[in-house]
Design a protein around this ligand. Sequence first.
Ligand code: VGL
Ligand code: ZN
Length: 174
Amino acid sequence: MIVDYQNDFNPGGALAVPEGDRIAAHINSLAADPRFDVVVATRDWHPPGHGSFTEQGGVWPVHCLQDSDGAELAPGLDRAGIDVVVDKGQDPGTDGYSGFDGTNLAELLRERGIDSLTVVGLATDYCVKHTAIEAAGEGFGVRVERAGVRGVDVEAGDSERAIEEMRAAGVEIS
Ligand code: VGL
Ligand code: ZN
């Protein structure tokens, strides 16, 4: 599962994650690995006026507006390796950090017989964390690869704390 690997979270984007561009090659090699049956890419996909935007009293600048360039998957990502794109964050009233929140992701995975997930992408301390913890709560085996994630780190140490929270929720960190 490739979480929110979009232009707005990459350098130059509206909510750029430091070194976000450095993980593309690792993600592409995972996506090409035949040991994975399905490769899902989530997109943060907000309507105008989303509640997470500062103008609405939220904490983030406007980012990942539906159908905008910023919401597109970043060009460094090899599209050929992606089987399914899942859009989330569409409900204006919730943060929508998790790929399972308001989507059919759990059903999609179960229909395809998937019981364990490897999660990579952006950002470690928000959408990767919430997606991985919710996946574990849904009963999937979950692993997060450090080489395939980067964090925002609004406060120094946020990504490390997120890793510990994931571990405490039963997520394997490698
Ligand atoms: C994210 C902040 C706001 C993420 C999404 O993808 O981690 N972070 N929206
Ligand atoms: Zn967002």
